[in-house]
Write a protein that binds this ligand. Sequence first.
Ligand code: HEC
Ligand code: HEC
Ligand code: HEC
Ligand code: HEC
Length: 188
Amino acid sequence: MMNWRALFKPSAKYSIIALLAVGIVVGVVGYFATQTTLHATSQDAFCMSCHSQHSLKDEVMSSPHGNNRAGIVVQCQQCHIAQEPFQYLKKKIIVSKDVIGFLMIDNFNTQAWLDENRKEQAELARDYLRSIDSSTCQNCHNRIYENQSENMSKMAVRMHSNNFKKAPEDRKTCIDCHKGVAHPYPKG
Ligand code: HEC
Ligand code: HEC
Ligand code: HEC
Ligand code: HEC
């Protein structure tokens, strides 16, 4: 058994300081290593490494999120992964589980698989977005409920402000009203 009281002896003071120093170095190195890894795993190329045979990127490119006057192409993760640090890590861990799915699901990386499973996959994606109150959408579209742009259509202003008047728990989230903003939403 360890003698904890020994830690408070003068000689132990230095080992505690040494331990702290090592801890800080490991922490800092770990932090930057994780940041780099997370960054590398946050580009479309990373997502498309498993989804390479799926039409997902082409769909984005022909949607308003890839084909707009401003020349902006929204990245997969900007919509699909909450950007808040803790949420981000949490979702990354879920994504890492997809490695198992990738290996286990027959013909996963084929267009036929996507066509066949589109509905179910869309619901999974939507469940996640609901769970974060479409926060990814709101990172960019942050003038939906307050301080709206003068250019926003009257219809949009009315729908949005009616929704915002409701109690927070009764409000719809962006994707409840907006389906298929980047991919063709499955019918039926
Ligand atoms: C290691 C391979 C792999 C990588 C990398 C990958 N995916 Fe997937 N993805 C999968 C698999 C497998 C499924 C099907 C999961 C299932 O049904 O269990 C899936 C399903 C999805 C779904 C629908 C289901 C859901 O849970 O939302 C979305 C959305 C998605 N991926 C987005 C992304 C994005 C965005 C990235 C990049 C940040 C990404 N994927 C990177 C393998 C991968
Ligand atoms: C990285 C920034 C970004 C993110 C994230 C984002 N959008 Fe957009 N969104 C845009 C841009 C840019 C446009 C194009 C604006 C234009 O054409 O003037 C757009 C356009 C739209 C439009 C108008 C489409 C049309 O038919 O003209 C809707 C609706 C919309 N987004 C909803 C969403 C929803 C819902 C989400 C979350 C799932 C989302 N956006 C995520 C940047 C973003
Ligand atoms: C209660 C349903 C509802 C909710 C919730 C909702 N919208 Fe809308 N939104 C609409 C309607 C209806 C329009 C106008 C019709 C259209 O352009 O599709 C609209 C229009 C828009 C437009 C285009 C504005 C324009 O003038 O062209 C954007 C962008 C948009 N919404 C983003 C969002 C985002 C982001 C959220 C979440 C913060 C959200 N909406 C929540 C119903 C809703
Ligand atoms: C503008 C936001 C946005 C962007 C950008 C985006 N997605 Fe999605 N994605 C969604 C939403 C919202 C859904 C849920 C279904 C729907 O409403 O269309 C979805 C659904 C999915 C699904 C489930 C199948 C389906 O079609 O519904 C997969 C897989 C997926 N996305 C992967 C990707 C990949 C990979 C990229 C990058 C090439 C990407 N998404 C870019 C918003 C986005």
